[in-house]
Ligand binder design. Structure first.
Ligand code: FAD
Length: 413
């Protein structure tokens, strides 16, 4: 199908079916049945099997008429694509629809106190007991776990094989007695991620995603999507008075994306740099001009890299190392913005709240930007990925070789 044919088909469907007075879940169930909510998904799983290049046309038509799309966030950007690639038909059947409607919200339970960069060194254990897995261990930095109904979980199911070969991937129900979610307080004042303690929590055997002990390969799918996507991109609602469906979707979005309220500051707020240079009359200051221009230049470079990533996805290419480049660019940008904001406002950037520059915004930027170089894999890990997978450099030497994980020295033992 070409763009014009898709446009006229989706337009006709929306004109006949879009009803702003439906409840948001009812509307999204209609999207699931029609395939117009996730057009790149296979036809048997709520999609239309279309090329990624046609997705933008469909989105334009949704925006034109003001129709609500499928849910956004970790569920759609990480859990759903992983389940689509690796889940059994049973798992797809139970999880994809409530994820796209937004009835099930997800969090990511990967990092542990002793294994973040060395994710494959994780020690949360899963033991089979009849037709249930029993999970014990601790996760950390789990964004939105306090609101999630399900988590994508990595746990060790085999200690007698090398570390990458004994991990399994599960969908775990967060609302059960064996799980305690403890919010963490951040330096910037927010509390948006958590520690998650699992003490004999239960996962039905049917919620294993992919094969037992093959979870590392599945985790790589999730991580590739994480580097290439922005899980914090909030949908825009032009007119929340346009009916029940829009109002419910806007409310849902406001509640869900509260977890990510500080992410624009984390990214450095490049949008504020030039206006602030002018507002403070420093456009002729040679140092301020210099750092502000570096931000503007890098901003353009970043946009083009993101467009390249989007174009690759539209052309049907899977997420690849260009996600690492985009991630590194984001870190660089955050640091450049830090420098520029500091040059513009001087010591006032150290003050919090109403006393601080731009009502404390600059201080929030300065405290939040280091997270940019850590979340979703640190800068050093992205360098390793680019070195090994793009430049073909030799693999980083490890300390664990092929020995069983049980005998490997880790951060914790
Ligand atoms: C905002 C934010 C949100 C997050 N959300 C989630 C979430 O929802 N779910 C989740 O599971 N996790 C989440 N994380 C955790 C994140 O994935 C980890 O923090 C990250 O992978 C780094 O792991 P770590 O903190 O254990 O640091 P470490 O791995 O201990 O790294 C410490 C330092 O050592 C360096 N280092 C480590 N290994 C190497 C190496 N081989 N070569 C060179 N340098 C190395 C690192 O680059 C870093 O500078 C989040 C983190 C942040 C900041």
């Amino acid at each position: 199908m070409d763009q014009d044919a898709v446009r006229s088909e989706v337009r006709a469907w929306l004109e006949e079916n879009w009803d702003p007075d439906l409840g948001v879940f009812e509307w999204r169930n209609k999207l699931a049945e029609s395939g117009w909510g996730c057009v790149t998904w296979p036809a048997e799983w709520y999609g239309r099997g279309m090329a990624g290049s046609l997705e933008a046309v469909v989105r334009e038509e949704f925006n034109r008429i003001g129709a609500v799309g499928v849910a956004a966030g970790v569920g759609m950007s990480l859990a759903a694509p992983t389940i689509l690639s690796h889940g059994s038909d049973d798992v797809k059947g139970r999880f994809l629809r409530p994820t796209l409607t937004g009835e099930v919200k997800w969090c990511q339970l990967f990092s542990e106190p002793g294994s973040g960069s060395d994710l494959a060194g994780l020690t949360t254990k899963a033991e089979l007991d009849g037709d249930e897995w029993v999970i014990s261990g601790q996760k950390v930095w789990n964004s939105g776990a306090h609101k999630a109904a399900f988590g994508i979980l990595l746990a060790r199911t085999n200690w007698d094989v090398p570390k990458h070969k004994g991990i399994s991937y599960f969908a775990i129900d967060m609302r059960q007695p064996g799980i305690e979610v403890r919010p963490l307080r951040q330096a910037n004042g927010y509390s948006t991620f958590n520690e998650v303690f699992m003490d004999e929590a239960r996962v039905p055997a049917a919620n294993l995603i992919g094969q037992r002990d093959n979870g590392w390969a599945i985790a790589l799918t999730t991580l590739a999507h994480e580097r290439g996507a922005n899980t914090a991109r909030r949908p825009k609602f032009r007119n929340v008075d346009a009916g029940r469906c829009v109002a419910e979707a806007a409310r849902e979005s406001q509640e869900y994306f509260a977890t990510y309220a500080w992410y624009p500051q984390r990214a450095g707020r490049p949008d504020l740099v030039s206006p602030q240079v002018h507002a403070t009359g420093q456009q002729d200051d040679p140092v301020v001009r210099q750092v502000a221009m570096q931000v503007v230049t890098q901003d353009h470079l970043n946009r083009w890299t993101v467009q390249r990533t989007v174009a690759a996805r539209k052309a049907g290419r899977p997420p690849g190392p260009e996600g690492s480049l985009a991630k590194l660019n984001g870190s660089l940008m955050a640091r450049l913005c830090n420098r520029a904001h500091s040059e513009i406002v001087g010591p006032a950037g150290m003050l919090l709240g109403a006393d601080g520059a731009q009502n404390g915004m600059v201080n929030e930027v300065l405290i939040s930007t280091p997270a940019m170089s850590i979340a979703g894999g640190t800068d050093e890990i992205q360098h390793n990925i680019i070195g090994e997978r793009v430049l073909g450099l030799p693999k980083e030497p490890g300390n664990d070789g092929d020995q069983p994980f049980r005998d490997v020295k880790t951060n914790l033992r």
